[in-house]
Design a protein around this ligand. Sequence first.
Ligand code: TYD
Length: 213
Amino acid sequence: MTSLSYGILIAFEGIDGSGKTTQIYKVAEYLRGLSYPVTVTHEPNPNSPFSQLIQQRVKKQRENVTPEQELDWYTEDRRWDLENNILPALARNELVLVDRYYMSSAAYQGALEVFTLNYVLEKNSFAKRPDLWIILDVPVKLGQARLKMRDKHNDDQLEKAEYQKKVLVNYQQLSKMDIGGQVIWIDASIEEAQLTQVLGKTIIEFLKEFVKS
Ligand code: TYD
């Protein structure tokens, strides 16, 4: 087993249809094959008490839910994920790959145009800063095409093109701000297997200084 000097937290981000979830599993498998201790977790987390509220009240229709409530659910879901998944795995000196983190709250809830990005970041100041952010970069058009292939009758409120355009602008804005941790953009419009290779190599390069020999 490859040993790390500390637990390392890497957050994967990107608009819907950027391929994050597929890639995070593939990269985790690739790194485990090289004997890195890897834990993968997702936000919103399907096991948290908040994810059902998010699924029903936010994603399908944004009715009877205030922007503040929506932001709170994602924030509380994150607190739950940190306590139950992220912090215990980091304490075991593992590499933790999180599929969306507080940059998503800033980019998505920021796109409601009610909160400033700084307000959302401030609300998430309890969350451990990641060592690295990887943003999977695809144009909104390609993201939308990929979502359509996955699900023909998509009524997800968060995935609409106009909203996604705002989310992408927010990601670009956030990359210029001090959000804690280094940010890398990776072209995710390339072929799937090739992208896994690029991501794997990027992470191994990043981990070099933390690997115990
Ligand atoms: P999820 O069910 O994990 O993904 P998918 O629909 O791709 O299977 O939902 C993720 C959605 O939640 C995605 O549209 C982004 C959104 N989101 C926020 O709006 N704020 C947040 O803080 C997080 C973590 C996600």
